[in-house]
Design a protein around this ligand. Sequence first.
Ligand code: KMH
Ligand code: ZN
Length: 283
Amino acid sequence: MIGLPEDKVIITVAQTGALVTKSMNPSLPEQPQEIAESAHACYSEGAAICHIHARDKEGKTTGSKEVFQQIHDRIRAKCDIIIQDSTGGGPNLTSEQRIECLHAKPEMASLNMGSLMRVSGQYAGIPFSNMREDIETYVTRMRELGVKPEMEVYSHAMFREVENLISKGLVDKPYYINLVLGMKYQGAVEATPRYLESLIDFLPEDAIFNVTAVGTAQLPLTTMGMILGGCIRVGMEDNIYYSKGELAKSNAELVARSVRIARELGKQPATPEEARKILGLSG
Ligand code: KMH
Ligand code: ZN
């Protein structure tokens, strides 16, 4: 059967990201040991997937295979949470650096389905470039290495790229599609219920969707995502606050709250093993 059982939700935690710093939230896990300890705490609360960005010793985003490997090894020493590396990387990385992580053999990796423009902050005017040719190169490398892509969709137009990969047989069912709302980039949709519902309308058949929403929208839109039959992603990559004016003490705190809400909605968080079966991962 392809699909997410009605009484399950796969929870991903995105703990670090590329842009958040310890000066914004001192609890941000950056170094391999911190990332692993936090991943274990999130796993204990009910997260099945851990989305990973790596930082160098100074806290700057890195694509280094060695650093990703250290993160993987430290996580694996603690728990069997599904490891999903970011190929979005960060604004300082080249396309080759962005996919170095695949050689550290994650089970999954993010695959961004189109280009956006950064419009504020120090990277304003630097595109988040994901040309069709790059997407196809990345997904081909993933296929060679047995890595399942999570397709990141930031606007309706990006479904054209999803369809392109499906029509070329470059992605396998179930298609795992992360609907990302509220990125402050030109070309990304706002985080509103209406946008979420309309993105869901465009999903291809045999897709399982996940909802990611940035900032204050994280809690309401991920809750809505569960109600609409999807999976969710929470964590400090997308939102550093627990509530208005109150910083999250940890990523695990954000996961724990979503698990409480899921249970109130009659859903259980999928274990990593259950999530592997649902997503067709070999483990
Ligand atoms: N920062 C997120 C909103 C990636 O890492 O490839 C999108 C993201 C993409 O997580
Ligand atoms: Zn990311």
